[in-house]
Design a binder for this molecule. Sequence first.
Ligand code: NAD
Ligand code: TYD
Length: 347
Amino acid sequence: MLVTGGCGFIGTNFIRYLLEESDFEGRVVNVDKLTYAGNPENLADLESGFGDRYVFVKADICDRDAVGRVYREYEIDTVCHFAAESHVDRSIVRPEDFIQTNIVGTFNLLEAARDREGRLELFHHISTDEVFGSLAEAGLFTEKTPYNPSSPYSASKAASDHLVRAYHRTYGLPVTISNCSNNYGPYQFPEKLVPLMILNALEEKPLPVYGDGRNVRDWLYVLDHCRAIWTIMKEGKRGETYNVGGRGEIENIRLVEMICDILDSMEESPGKRPRRELITFVKDRPGHDFRYAMDFSKLERDLGWRPTETLGSGIRKTIEWYLENRQWVERVRSGEYRSWIREHYGA
Ligand code: NAD
Ligand code: TYD
């Protein structure tokens, strides 16, 4: 199985889940360019622990030759495609990389899959609820909601979804697509809301909440997401899309308060102040979608998946992971893991 972007947040959790917990018996070939968001240290122990069942290849999915070589050399029959530029705020400042990786990179992977001439059993594409745009106070996104993306990030993901579907309809490529809501959990790069708030709160730094903090996201614990992906890959109908949600809707401000309160209950802040006092409202994100919420009844009804974590239990586990893995945080934030990459994989 080719897994792209396996050194990122969800990819890391997925590869660990596949090899350590699931019934997958094959080999994982992890192709990752190692951008700022990719940290191969996350999976370094698998190289010794799983022998040749885990292989890492440092490559850019925009490099058509490199992608073709991987498909041929490892006789890839299944693809799980995570690699992407994933942060909305970065896409607003510098959209170019999003167009290249998310659209052109996906196109290259699809072309290489087509070159396999019938030997590809499945191309699974990981997408987002953000392709559907923004909801008002009520309603849920279903698989039939029309695409209406707001940011360069979500527009690039929408384009890649359309390409994947087109390759199914035009060339008969066996594909499945999952559109999931906001993930949180171990190994998330501390630019996204949950880890940023946990770490800032621990260090008594301001907690920047965009606008009035009333925007709503539907939070999904990353390991529940990994189980959903594997379920869809094994049992999902080819050509179909599945929504994945966490039944974890909450306003940003309430989530940040929840993180503060759980941290306070675990350890008193050095300044002995409630961490909620660190919350600072800042200028809103341009084009900020108001609300996302997923109807995942298709996945529940047809494939029997449902999330196991509640928002409270998942956030607590996540906080515990960040408390126990301060060294990971330090190496990611200082960029120290990049010298490890140079040592192991060259530039
Ligand atoms: P991430 O930013 O943590 O990781 C992305 C990984 O892709 C990194 O390891 C990076 O090095 C790699 N990568 C980037 N450009 C590459 C390229 N050109 N070639 C090869 N590798 C490249 O992202 P994530 O949060 O793990 O998200 C994974 C996927 O899930 C993405 O497709 C994203 O759109 C989707 N998604 C994420 C969320 C979320 O909440 N994190 C929600 C919905 C959908
Ligand atoms: P984020 O984690 O960037 O995910 P996404 O934009 O893909 O939903 O942001 C989640 C929500 O939190 C979103 O409504 C923006 C908001 N947010 C803040 O209020 N402050 C922050 O510092 C960040 C990073 C996000």
